[in-house]
Design a protein around this ligand. Structure first.
Ligand code: PEP
Ligand code: MN
Length: 352
């Protein structure tokens, strides 16, 4: 069985000394939490909302650490935050999503960290931009920070969905490909925006082999001053973690390896066939392009495209393929066909 993931938990915001101490103690008692998180300075969308308890909260956090033995993690957004947090003995710092989106802020934090090898976690930027995320990690790394990690907290999107922030898993996977050694921690609380979906997103993160989770917890979530809907009680957290299905990234079992190798061989064969057929399709597309060009017909016939989409999606449905996947696939194939035909159109017609 795979060892349990690193679990960072604690309130969205430190509110009062009692709220922090009680929450921290309950979390420590679950025996599942490795790091206590707490927001001291809160970035809020509108001014006038509770903007964090500020420096006094660091004193309470020091007490929580002494009494529970849990290392602590705090969000920093300015050089002053970095100095204060380190002076108070905070163990791990994290850069919030709004800060990651701003290279000036990230540079200020990086400069304040120079020469201090404290672990730093960098949340993904609010907008779905892999380069901005990687760039922030790079700036912190260049300041001499070697214990780096990323936090995947989802991305802002115009589309309405069940999530507060769209997971866009592919961006986290691209970061994994770019920096294979970098630990990635998933933050289902900020992805979901409500407590109900947290188990589902957390399990998915574990199935994608993410190294840890950051889950907001509060002694009494309904009374939380910030992010009340997405916080869970320490008891609920213990239940969520207890229900995880922990899978291993690999198995040494010979029968399992044999079966997997066999299935993968089948997939390889099918992928080759799919590519072969796609190449055949594109060659015909090209022919059609030449034919349209020689007969002075436009590339796109909207009716034909509508017809293809309708027929193919109905067929795909009968084959039990996911609709969204089929549509995306067909759109990609169509876009490539148009690109090819545009190329053909712009070559002088061959003389017969
Ligand atoms: C937080 O972790 O409380 C927080 C403000 O997160 P984010 O930067 O992801 O919005
Ligand atoms: Mn929060």
């Amino acid at each position: 069985m795979k060892s349990e993931p690193l679990l960072i938990s604690g309130p969205c915001s430190v509110e009062t000394e009692d709220q922090l101490m009680t929450t921290a103690q309950l979390l420590a008692n679950t025996g599942k939490v490795s790091v206590l998180r707490a927001g001291i300075w809160k970035p809020r969308t509108r001014p006038g909302e509770f903007e964090g308890i500020g420096s006094i909260g660091l004193e309470w956090l020091k007490r929580a650490k002494a009494e529970t033995g849990l290392p602590t993690a705090v969000e920093v957004a300015t050089a002053k935050h970095v100095e204060e947090a380190l002076a108070s003995g905070v163990d791990i710092l994290w850069v919030g999503a709004r800060s990651t989106a701003n290279p000036f802020t990230v540079q200020e934090i990086a400069d304040a960290l120079r020469g201090i090898d404290v672990p730093v976690l960098v949340k993904n930027p609010v907008n779905p931009d892999l380069q901005l995320w990687a760039g922030a990690l790079e700036r912190i790394n260049k300041a001499g920070i070697s214990k780096l990690g990323a936090i995947h907290r989802g991305f802002s999107s115009f589309e309405k969905s069940a999530f507060r922030n769209e997971p866009m898993w592919e961006i986290a996977i691209q970061l994994r490909t770019l920096c294979p050694e970098l630990p990635i921690i998933n933050d289902p609380s900020h992805i979901c925006g409500n407590s109900e979906l947290i188990p589902y997103i957390a399990q998915k993160a574990l199935d994608l082999d993410m190294q840890g989770l950051m889950i907001e917890a509060h002694m009494d979530p309904s009374k939380a001053w910030t992010d009340a809907k997405q916080q869970v009680s320490p008891a609920a957290l213990a239940e969520i973690v207890g229900n995880f299905n922990l899978r291993q990234p690999e198995s040494k079992d010979a029968a399992f390896i044999d079966k997997l190798t066999e299935l993968r061989k089948e997939i390889d064969k099918i992928d080759d066939l799919v590519l072969q057929k796609l190449a055949d399709r594109m060659r015909i597309t090209q022919k059609i392009g030449e034919y349209k060009r020689d007969n002075k017909v436009t590339i796109l016939q909207v009716n034909r495209w509508d017809d293809i989409m309708k027929k193919r999606t109905a067929f795909a449905k009968a084959l039990k393929l996911d609709r969204n996947f089929t549509e995306k696939f067909l759109e990609l194939v169509h876009a490539e066909s148009i690109r090819l035909q545009t190329e053909v159109m712009n070559v002088e017609a061959k003389m017969p």
